[in-house]
Design a protein around this ligand. Structure first.
Ligand code: NDP
Length: 291
């Protein structure tokens, strides 16, 4: 194995420590901690784990993290009414609604209803628009974490050839915007892309966010490239046990790449660390606007 392994767990600890310092300064200046409200609708087991982790991580850095657990039968109107309350509450700086939502609730309506300046997931159209036009808003946590991993890898993004596989609103598109903002030459690939392997081989920086185990093989990777694997796929092994893997065939790619993120322990921990960072940023920006 020749690639440098990009340790997202360790980098996330550094980010969390920085956020904890920032939170202490915020408390000293404003007499209260930043507040993050996480909303979970229904009993999806993975979502329960994610939301609990988010609340716990926020409390650990001094953010006032609150988890709202609503039954799966919650109506769209009830959820929108809760968001109205949280939008109006001056002690709430960040609001996050865990996806997916039960089918009677429109995800788009709900995401649009969160105040843009409290939208710590960065999914609101205003924040998406600000990012697309190169202006300052709240940036989605996963791509933000990927940019920090690229900095850890020492990536020189200006003029470099970057390929992003996956074009979702929450990962692929904002990732491509951030790379473009850093002056990379960006190709976005997706399920209709022709010659995907060939496109990937052109990449000095390859970010993969698809959700298909081992889609990207070792011979798709340019020697020395930096590979960021966002994918999280649970596969069942021959012995019946399950394992979390990425979208990149790690063992193969690590022989060719210059640097690569592992799964788990790469992008995942950075997503939560960046959520905490976004909460602090949202709190500071909103209070600065008021003063
Ligand atoms: P989506 O399902 O929303 O998007 C997947 C994207 O992959 C789509 O743009 C789709 O193309 C593209 N795609 C599907 N099949 C192929 C293929 N065979 N070749 C090329 N592109 C393909 O997923 P998300 O963006 O939400 O998530 C992607 C992965 O990242 C998942 O595994 C998810 O679990 C993980 N994830 C991890 C996070 C973390 O913190 N580590 C956070 C968020 C997500 P098209 O648009 O044409 O359909």
């Amino acid at each position: 194995m020749s690639a440098t392994i990009l340790d997202g767990k360790k980098l996330a600890e550094t980010v969390r420590a920085e956020v904890a310092t920032g939170v202490a300064e915020f408390v000293a200046a404003h007499g209260r901690p930043p507040g993050l409200e996480v909303v979970l609708v229904g009993e999806d087991p993975a979502s329960q784990v994610y939301t609990r982790n988010k609340q716990k991580a926020s409390t650990e850095v001094g953010i006032r993290g609150k988890l709202h657990t609503l039954p799966a039968s919650t109506t769209e109107g009830e959820l929108l009414a809760l968001l109205d309350r949280l939008n109006a509450d001056e002690t709430v700086d960040g609001i996050l609604v865990q996806l997916p939502l039960p089918k009677q609730i429109s995800e788009q309506k709900v995401l649009d209803a969160i105040r843009a300046d409290k939208d710590v997931d960065g999914f609101h159209p205003v924040n998406a628009g600000l990012l697309a036009s190169g202006r300052q808003g709240l940036v989605p946590c996963t791509p933000r974490g990927c940019m920090k991993l690229l900095a850890l890898a020492g990536a020189k993004l200006e003029g470099t050839r970057a390929v992003v596989v996956g074009r979702s609103n929450i990962v692929g598109k904002p990732m491509a915007q951030l790379l473009l903002g850093a002056n990379a030459t960006v190709t976005m690939a997706h399920s209709r892309t022709k010659d995907l392997a060939e496109r990937c081989r052109e990449a000095d920086v390859l970010v993969v966010a698809v959700g298909k185990a081992d889609l990207v093989r070792g011979d798709w990777v340019k020697p020395g490239a930096i590979v960021i694997d966002v994918g999280m796929n649970r596969i069942t092994l021959a012995d019946g046990k399950s394992k979390l893997v990425g979208d990149v065939a790690f063992e193969e790619a690590a022989k060719v790449a210059g640097a690569i993120t592992p799964v788990p322990g790469g992008v995942g921990p950075m997503t939560i660390a960046c959520l905490l960072e976004n909460t602090l940023i949202a709190a500071k920006q909103r209070l600065a606007k008021k003063s």
